[in-house]
Every structure is written in structure tokens, then in C-alpha cells.
Design a protein around this ligand. Structure first.
Ligand SMILES: *Cc1c(COP(=O)(O)O)cnc(C)c1O
Length: 394
């Protein structure tokens, strides 16, 4: 094929999207025809499937990943005056969940190679007020769980893992979900498996499990053993301020069907990432994603870094050139402390050098299981073409 004559794609290739098949649709229809469309048997079936997959004792489903993180912060006892250390290179929900509980997010800078939170930076920011760490497995590559767990243990902190990107990933041979005090998964359509909207916390702690169950259902219990009093068989008791954060059976049925395909989805993501790595490893002006030797990513995102000293117009011109070729590149993420809301509540003076350098030069390429080899070839072709056309003349 003569690359010079290759025309651009006719339609935009998104950076991510769901894969739903007839089996998934049938599973949902079955629930719609059944007696329970919410709070029926599919919830526990899906919870069990996720817990078993990752090797955790308990799982509690939520209506979305953000609500699940809110639940984890509640279960960890985060409240006014408490500090929680997290990454600035993440989706808004990681730190918003702390704010929901009245706590204070503290941003620690990322490592320049993995783009995950730097354990040394976390350690520097621990104060007597620190109560928890929310570690984000950015792009699907697990954080350094051994170092963070040790830090959390030594300092008496709760380690919450935001694993919205990393279902199916491993650290030192163990699945994400079996590594932290509580781990959150999201089932938004761009994530590894979907329920439309949905989220889950997995944990080995019965105490956290009970707090999570209470929180997702108005803080209400009907468990007679836990109630302060009992007026009769109709009696229910509100013991904390919870929310209606329940997942429906319709969603859970979709999730339980989707998880059967998770290994295959992750395998396909890894194959495409490998294709990209091979294609870009010798390309001047770009850096492929570094992989920590103990981490095995499940590749939610593929982030390419563009070298400002080599390529003209990083990030804006490069972004426009890629979009002009119908490659749905994206930027994940804008450092959270830069958001106007965060600027207005006391984060205006914060600027973390690695997060800033990352934001200036990072670009997410399309990556999802249903992508064809031709789609991947289009991405590779566009990156090479844009890199060559924008390379500074020496
Ligand atoms: C998707 C995502 C969430 C939140 O998930 P929702 O299910 O969309 O609420 C949280 N953290 C990160 C890093 C995410 O990517």
C-alpha cells in the first residue's frame, strides 16, 4: 500500500466505546420479563462475579463509579478536617468524592514515567490530618501497590484504589481488586465492561461492606440484629445519612453477561497497545507508555507523549491535525486543581510540575476491543504522518 495515496477515514474513530452482543441483549431482556427490575437476584450475581474475578471477599454495586467512590469515602469515615491524598491526573470523581464527605483532597504529583501518583510525593504530603489515599490506576496500569500499602499501613491510612481504568490488570501477579482496602470499578460505556452507568466497590472487610450497603440505600437497614429497636415486622431504621445509589437488576444483568467477555476484551486491548508500541517505538518526537516491571496493565487508555522540542504545535496543532484525519484523540486529563471550581476553593496556587508537563504533551489514542486492525492501522498512519509533517527542521 502506498501510504501517500491513503485517504482519510470517512468517519471519526472514537477513543473508546462499548462492545454489546446478542447474548448481552438477551440477558437484559430476560430481566425485563421477570418480577424484579431492581434489587432482584441479578445484583448479587453480578457482585459475586466481580468479587470472584478479582479475588476479593465482598462486592457492593452502585449506580455509577462516582457514587461507589463516595461510598468508599463514607465507609472510610472521611469527614470535615480530614485530608485525602490523590492524583491530579485523573477524572474529577476521584477527588470530588472526598469533597462530598466534607474532606479535603490533597494532590500529590505523578511519576514522569508511569503518570501514576508518585509514592514519594504521597509520603511528603502526609500530615496528622491525613486519613486516606485514593490511588488511581491511570490508563489501566496499576499504581505501586506494595509501596502504597506499606505507607498506608505504617501511617494508619485507608488505601482506596480508583480502578475505573484497571479492571483485569495485575500487580506482582495479583489482580487489581485484591490489593487495597477498597477498590472501585466503573462500568461506564468506555470502561472495560459496561452496565450503561454503574460502579462497584470490592473489599475483604466485612465492616466496610456493611457500611457500603447502608450508604447505598438511604442509610437504612431492616436487619433486626443491627437495629437499635424493633417496633414490628414493618420496622426499618435509618442509622446514617445515606443516598439512593442502587444499581438496577437491568444493569446488573448486563454486567454479569459482560464480565464473561472481560478476558477477551483485555486481551484485544493489549494486542492493539502492542501494535501501537511497535509502530511508535522508533518514531522521533513521541514517547510510548512506559510500563512498570511489576505492573500488567489492562489498557483502558493508550497515551502518547509528544516531545515539544522535536514536534511543532504540541498539543494544540497536533490535536487538530489528528482530528482532521478523523482520529478521535482526546486528552486525559486536565490536572484537577486547574478546574475553576477547585481554583475557587483554595487550589489556585497549586501547580505540580510533572502533572503540568504531562498535560502539555499527552494525547490519548483510540483503543477499544471492537477496533479492527484497519482502524489501528489508520491511527498508526495518522500519527506517523502528523509527526513527520510537524517535526522541526534542524
Ligand atoms: C470513569 C471514572 C470514574 C467514575 O466513574 P463513573 O462510573 O463515570 O461515575 C472515576 N475515576 C476515574 C479515573 C474514571 O475514569
Amino acid at each position: 500500500m502506498d501510504l501517500r495515496q491513503k485517504s482519510f477515514r470517512s468517519a471519526l474513530l472514537p477513543y473508546g466505546r462499548q462492545s454489546i452482543d446478542e447474548e448481552d441483549i438477551e440477558a437484559v431482556v430476560q430481566v425485563l420479563r421477570s418480577d424484579f427490575i431492581t434489587q432482584g437476584p441479578a445484583i448479587e450475581r453480578f457482585e459475586r462475579a466481580v468479587a470472584d474475578f478479582v479475588g476479593a471477599k465482598y462486592a457492593v454495586a452502585f449506580c455509577n463509579g462516582t457514587a461507589a467512590l463516595h461510598g468508599a469515602c463514607f465507609a472510610a469515615g472521611i469527614g470535615p478536617g480530614d485530608e485525602v491524598i490523590t492524583s491530579p491526573i485523573t477524572f474529577l470523581a476521584s477527588s470530588n468524592s472526598v469533597l462530598y464527605c466534607g474532606g479535603t483532597p490533597v494532590f500529590a504529583d505523578i511519576r514522569p514515567d508511569t503518570y501514576n501518583i508518585d509514592p514519594a510525593e504521597v509520603e511528603r504530603r502526609i500530615t496528622p490530618k491525613t486519613k486516606a489515599i485514593i490511588a488511581v490506576d491511570f490508563t489501566g496500569q496499576p499504581v505501586e501497590n506494595d509501596r502504597l500499602s506499606m505507607l498506608a499501613h505504617d501511617q494508619g491510612l485507608v488505601l482506596i484504589q480508583d480502578a475505573a481504568h484497571s479492571l483485569g490488570a495485575e500487580y506482582s501477579g495479583r489482580k487489581v481488586g485484591a490489593l487495597a482496602d477498597m477498590t472501585m470499578f466503573s462500568f461506564h460505556p468506555v470502561k472495560h465492561i459496561t452496565t450503561g452507568e454503574g460502579g462497584m466497590i470490592v473489599t475483604d472487610s466485612e465492616q466496610y461492606r456493611d457500611r457500603l450497603l447502608l450508604f447505598r440505600n438511604h442509610g437504612m437497614t431492616r436487619d433486626t440484629e443491627r437495629m437499635k429497636s424493633n417496633d414490628g415486622p414493618w420496622y426499618y431504621e435509618m442509622q446514617a445519612l445515606g443516598y439512593n445509589y442502587r444499581m438496577t437488576d437491568v444493569q446488573a444483568a448486563l454486567g454479569a453477561s459482560q464480565i464473561n467477555k472481560l478476558d477477551r476484551f483485555v486481551e484485544r486491548r493489549r494486542a492493539i497497545a502492542e501494535q501501537y508500541n511497535r509502530a511508535f517505538s522508533d518514531l522521533q518526537g513521541v514517547t510510548i507508555p512506559y510500563q512498570h516491571p511489576d505492573a500488567r496493565s489492562s489498557w483502558h487508555l493508550y497515551v502518547l507523549r509528544w516531545d515539544e522540542r522535536v514536534i511543532r504545535g504540541v498539543r494544540d496543532v497536533v490535536f487538530a491535525e489528528m482530528r482532521a484525519r478523523n482520529i478521535g484523540v482526546n486528552v486525559h486529563y486536565i490536572p484537577v486543581y486547574r478546574q475553576p471550581y477547585y481554583q475557587s476553593i483554595g487550589y489556585a496556587d497549586i501547580s505540580l510540575p510533572e502533572a503540568e508537563a504531562y498535560y502539555r504533551t499527552a494525547m490519548t489514542l483510540p483503543l477499544f476491543p471492537a477496533m479492527t486492525d484497519d482502524d489501528a492501522a489508520d491511527v498508526i498512519h495518522a500519527v506517523r504522518e502528523v509527526a513527520k509533517s510537524l517535526t522541526h527542521k534542524q
